[in-house]
Design a protein around this ligand. Structure first.
Ligand SMILES: [Zn+2]
Length: 199
């Protein structure tokens, strides 16, 4: 089974260590600078081999090329479909969507009311969050205006979910910047912002 999490992309095959290593390597690449096909080819993956495509939310800059993956189950925010079939999953009551032992999708509304974040356990024992625009970039932690001005349909929920995700993971892949490591200082700052102590 292969999985593609779009925008800040990871690809991997759950069946082999080799492809799990690809996951790890791709986390070091700003995939937006690469052509998607080239990136796939480089790892001998074709669009037909992808079983899941996950787009963290439905904004136009996060859903490009979804139509290349006709054999995949698509998760776009809270919406899930496979070919002509549509599935209801209770993201709105907080339920996570389990893909397998190392990958799950959790609801993290705020930027849009139906944003999701993908949590991935890597072979190093780290947990990585592919967070879409819940985090625009690393700098938006020190300057919350960066994410507020990028658009937030529910800033209060977004503050809560920013802290919640940071508390769960070692690394965050934001929607528009390189991945960054989550420190206790970052968690503290996000907690203060959630409690409105700091802004
Ligand atoms: Zn967006």
């Amino acid at each position: 089974m292969s999985l593609l999490i779009k925008n800040t992309v990871l690809i991997f095959n759950l069946g082999t260590i080799y492809l799990r290593l690809i996951l790890h390597r791709l986390l070091h690449i700003n995939i937006k600078t690469l052509d998607l096909f080239t990136a796939l080819q480089k790892h001998e993956v074709t669009p037909e081999m992808i079983d899941y495509v996950i787009s963290t939310h439905g904004h136009s800059d996060h859903i490009g090329n979804n139509n290349l993956f006709l054999k995949a189950k698509h998760i776009v925010g809270f919406s899930i479909s496979y070919k002509e079939q549509y599935f209801i999953h209770p993201f709105d009551t907080g339920d996570e969507y389990i893909i397998n032992n190392s990958v799950k999708v959790i609801p993290t509304p705020g930027h849009t009311l139906s944003d999701v974040t993908v949590l991935v356990d890597t072979i190093d024992g780290d947990t990585v969050a592919v967070a879409g625009d819940l985090f625009e970039k690393f700098e938006d932690i020190a300057n919350p205006n960066e994410w507020l001005e990028a658009g937030s349909e529910d800033p209060e929920q977004q503050r809560k979910n920013r802290f919640k995700v940071a508390a769960l993971v070692h690394w965050i892949v934001p929607g528009h910047g390189p991945r960054f490591q989550v420190t206790d200082k970052i968690r503290e700052s996000l907690k203060n912002q959630m409690l409105n102590l700091n802004q």
